[in-house]
Design a protein around this ligand. Structure first.
Ligand code: SIN
Ligand code: MN
Length: 269
């Protein structure tokens, strides 16, 4: 279940690796069913500005055996350990809904800016894995990445003044707290290249905490739900005096082990 050396090389060069049709349709159906059965009003629920559309769900794995098994799926966990060269624990689990017609944008940012500033994470020794829960196409707000931008390290970011005293929602809303400015994006795009992977549900991408990325609003009739799991190295634990809620920042540092036997997802392959 490990990645080939070519794929590892590509991830290291680009800061992102896209693999179409990585998880099976049956697995994605089970995950979608698990999401459908989640309780209403979990604490990590975030609404769009219209106050009517669900923007994201955070930490909802706590409510579902299937979602917990997904985190320990060998096709996800083995490459995470391989890329980081270490044991890992779950740092974040989120589902970005990008609803048809009303799903809003994600401005240009680096994820590590938030983890460094808000959580005191020492190094970007994380790997995030995005799983397409719907088909992602050119119309429904695919993620844009600037390939190679992770090599710049943490870039000076704008702290959105109006959000300085805001709570945790400012880290996940369309009005993000730490953003990259247009001059920086122009420079990065001249140096690297812009990509926006599209494909069927079950396609995945692995991405670095320092890669610059964004997505536009979804004005199409197609929902674009994306599940993102972030693993952190067990030797890169954030500072203990930072207190973002546990649905945003995992506090169980027990190294994860893949589940092969009794994994409700794997039994369906
Ligand atoms: C998106 O879902 O389009 C953006 C996700 C992210 O920045 O983490
Ligand atoms: Mn992000």
């Amino acid at each position: 279940m490990k990645l080939t050396q070519d794929r590892i090389q590509k991830y290291e060069n680009d800061g992102m690796l896209f693999i179409p049709n990585y998880l099976s349709k049956l697995e994605i159906n089970s995950v979608n069913e698990a999401i459908f059965q989640l309780p209403d009003n979990t604490p990590g629920l975030v609404m769009e500005k219209d106050c009517q559309t669900i923007r994201a769900l955070h930490g909802v794995h706590a409510h579902s055996k299937i979602l917990q098994d997904l985190i320990r799926h060998p096709l996800l966990l083995e490459p995470a350990r391989q890329i980081l060269g270490d044991s890992v624990y779950l740092y974040q689990f989120k589902i970005n809904m990008k609803a048809a017609f009303t799903g809003d944008l994600w401005p240009w940012h680096q994820d590590y800016a938030f983890w460094y500033e808000e959580d005191g994470m020492p190094e970007p020794r994380t790997i995030s894995i995005g799983i397409f829960l719907d088909e992602v196409n050119q119309f429904n707000g695919p993620l844009y990445y600037i390939l190679g931008s992770h090599k710049e390290g943490l870039i000076d970011f704008n702290t959105n003044g109006s959000r300085e005293d805001a709570g945790w929602e400012a880290n996940v809303s369309a009005d993000l707290k730490y953003c990259l400015d247009n001059k920086t994006i122009t420079r990065l795009v001249q140096k690297g290249s812009l990509t926006a992977p599209t494909g069927s549900a079950g396609s995945v991408f692995f991405f670095h905490g320092n890669i610059a990325h964004a997505s536009v609003p979804n004005i199409s009739p197609y929902p674009r739900r994306l599940l993102i799991i972030t693993y952190n190295s067990i030797n890169n634990i954030p500072r203990s005096d930072r207190k973002r809620p546990e649905f945003l920042v995992g506090k169980n540092y027990t190294p994860l082990e893949p589940i092969v036997k009794n994994n409700v997802l794997l039994q369906q392959i």
